[in-house]
Design a protein around this ligand. Structure first.
Ligand code: FAD
Length: 334
């Protein structure tokens, strides 16, 4: 293990981790950056995002999060701050332990160990996929071409003029349908995919008021032209065919909070890391940014802002220490 103590370690290389690295390094703070192993990346949201239409400047990118992130990281790694930027490409973190003498000991996926004073965790979340015929595979080709979507703020506008199905069985899925109906006036059909509906009294009324159809049978087949990116419908158990040319999935999220929890970070009832306004968790020196952080919109721009909160807060602590020493060295009484 190296015996040096790095000021900052960033775990995660999506929108939040990349912005944290950019901000921390441009603050001139020496930074270790672990964007995750191939396996970690595949489990992240940012990796799968294609067109980003709700953030200015992103329309030209094929991979709306990965491509601009790489551009900034390459620039950081080759520019005048490169000595401060320790980019551990392809590496994830398998454990973080608080040291009794201060700071944190991190072990990466290659078994190498590092010490950092502050840690920003930005490991993100993943949307839960529907199982069709016991597998999540049938839905993925359609998700990749964005005729199946997950995030209303990102892609809700795609439902304009479409016949929409929402796959989900809770009140949240009805609210997704209601929002789409009220914004884009699309007919909505809710597919619970074999689960018992868990709709509360309000959402039962919404179903009635907006004339939503609800089908509770299992989906056994996706109908469409995968290669052309055209969704045509679903076949349900029993043989009924549901026509639809756009789906939203509303099954909740898996929160990648294992590292945060292993350090004793408090999480809310959905698993998101609770922080103060600067992204600081209940564990001193540990910050959470991006989708992992509780109480934020799950968006690129909120991931950026939360990452800047954390990197700047750490920089403030480091600057105050420098300032104190400058006062002492100069014999200035404060
Ligand atoms: C289909 C889809 C479309 C979307 N479109 C938009 C859009 O148009 N506009 C918008 O604003 N938002 C969009 N979003 C939301 C956006 O993707 C997220 O808000 C954003 O990616 C959150 O960034 P993040 O850094 O918190 O997490 P992620 O992007 O999920 O990144 C998590 C990072 O953590 C890393 N990681 C995980 N575990 C470890 C570990 N142990 N060690 C090291 N690294 C680890 C992963 O490799 C990854 O780099 C979309 C989401 C989806 C699912």
């Amino acid at each position: 293990m190296e015996d040096r103590i790095y000021p900052i370690a960033i775990i995660g290389g999506g929108s939040a981790g990349t912005m944290a690295a950019l901000r921390a390094v441009l603050n001139n703070d020496e930074t270790l950056f672990f964007p995750g192993s191939g396996k970690d990346k595949k489990k992240s949201r940012g990796f799968w995002v294609r067109k980003v239409e709700n953030v200015p400047g992103h329309l030209g990118y094929k991979r709306g999060i990965e491509d601009p992130n790489k551009e900034s990281l390459d620039w950081l790694a080759s520019g005048e701050f490169k000595e401060k930027f320790h980019w551990k490409k392809g590496r994830g973190i398998t454990s973080v332990v608080k040291r009794p003498t201060g700071g944190f000991e991190l072990t990466d996926t290659k078994g190498e160990m590092y010490i950092a004073r502050f840690v920003i965790i930005a490991t993100g979340v993943m949307d839960i996929q529907p199982h069709i015929d016991e597998s999540i595979q049938p839905i993925l080709p359609y998700a990749n071409v964005q005729v199946v979507d997950y995030c209303i703020r990102c892609d809700g506008h795609h439902t304009l003029g479409k016949h929409v199905t929402v796959i989900g069985h809770t009140s949240d899925s009805v609210w997704v349908g209601a929002l789409l109906k009220e914004r884009y006036d699309c007919p909505v059909h809710i597919l619970t995919n074999g689960s018992n509906p868990e709709f509360d009294e309000t959402t039962k009324k919404l179903i009635q008021a907006w004339n939503f159809k609800v089908s509770t049978e299992k989906i056994v087949n996706v109908i469409g032209k995968e290669k052309e990116g055209i969704l045509e419908g679903y076949e349900l158990e029993g043989g009924e065919k549901i026509e639809t040319n756009f789906s939203f999935i509303s099954l909740g999220m898996i929160v990648y909070n294992e590292l945060a929890k292993s350090l004793g970070v408090e999480v809310d009832d959905r698993g998101f890391s609770i922080t103060d306004a600067k992204g600081q968790t209940n564990v001193e020196g540990v910050y959470a940014a991006g989708d992992l952080r509780a109480g934020l919109k799950k968006q690129i721009y909120t991931a950026w802002d939360s990452a800047v909160d954390s990197a700047d807060h750490i920089n403030g602590i480091l600057r105050r220490e420098k300032r104190k020493k400058a006062f002492e060295d100069a014999g200035v009484k404060i």
